[in-house]
Design a binder for this molecule. Sequence first.
Ligand SMILES: [Cu+2]
Length: 373
Amino acid sequence: MKTNHFYTKPGTFLALITLIALLVSACSSARPMAGLTEAGGASPALAASETEAPTPEAAAPAADAVNVSHAPDDIPAPLGDRPPQTVRVDLEAVEVNGVLANGTTYNYWTFNGTVPGPFLRVRVGDTVELHLKNNDGSTFPHSIDLHAVTGPGGGANATQVSPGQEKSFTFKAMNPGLYVYHCATPNVAHHITNGMYGLILVEPEGGLPPVDREFYVMQGELYTRGSYGQQGHQQTDLQKLLDEKPEYFVFNGSVGALTDTAPLQAQTGETVRIFFGVGGPNFISSFHVIGEIFDRVYDQASLTANPLTDVQTTLVPAGGATMVEFTVDVPGRYILVDHALSRANRGLTGYLEVEGPENPEIFEAHENMEMGH
Ligand SMILES: [Cu+2]
């Protein structure tokens, strides 16, 4: 395993505890697909999520489970300095069995099959024609509320759409910023925890300052009947959802999405921008990158206020976002966490892997002698 660059100040008890917690988490986050292809039958209890029927033991992992996690580097290119225009956005609500963790599957509800949904990118002044289709294989109606919308329900009223149907509405992007969108069909918390959230960036006039790398990361939590790590196909536990007692916390939809499947990657000397949002539905994030300092935090995802500078950890509310920027100077593995670190033991870790020449002027580990006993 690579050397972990955790804290530059050695020897504190807190750092040691953090190290142990993260190592445990990192070791448990591997998620090979083996075992997921042996289960018989398709989609056991696909539509049972809204029922109260008890399932004392989880069914076998869903044989058709796919990777639903959105790749963190899958972002549309910056818009540049273009004038406002009319933009058509097509989204589709899709209910799909996905891999939640190693040997554990879950019936996700998604926009376009991924968690989070597509990263939408428009500019201030654009007129957005939003079409929401509900896949004809769906069991439930779905909808969309974009926080970038000025209008009733953020679009939710106009888009309550039954399986196999499509609805649409038009809005003008009035305010630049980075906004959460989510399904807003009751029970809304249930639709969000199942994966129906994403981010829409409304670029300010002239666009954002150029950076070398942009990443898309969202945090959410899941409420399964089985406890964290239990194998098999997991149902939603609506009582745990109501009680706000999640079993899983995840970046981009699943355990291991940003560690084993698709870690963030950069080269030394590059500037990195992370679009970070919290789908939730319930928990705020104390977003932190271990071993880095945010050079700039666009607090509350406000792109028109001056950014905060030199920030260690930033609060992101449920249904909120932030944009952070920093330069990576030293090669190694940097770990994305919510600094409420118990959550790292419930799946909430991501890696930023930085490659390039060592930079001993900024960081250098010493070759210490082993202490004999
Ligand atoms: Cu929905």
